[in-house]
Design a protein. Structure first.
Length: 66
């Protein structure tokens, strides 16, 4: 499983990047991929990333996420 970013152009012309969790697998000898989860817009995820790191224990700081 890995993360993939996808660029999508909105109706007003701006381009947003979205993050997806993708799984690679084989079917009948061919490599295929399927989206496991849509995680959201990359710019919005970047804002909450420090809180997510603390939540999942990736930071030495043991503060409670509010």
């Amino acid at each position: 499983m890995y993360l993939r970013t996808v660029k999508v152009r909105s109706s007003n012309g701006t381009v947003n990047e979205y993050v997806r969790a993708v799984e690679a697998y084989r079917e009948n000898g061919k490599v295929k991929q399927r989206t496991i989860a849509e995680l959201g817009r990359k710019d919005l995820l970047a804002k909450v990333f420090p809180k997510l790191r603390r939540l999942f224990g990736g930071d030495s700081d043991t503060q409670t996420v509010t």
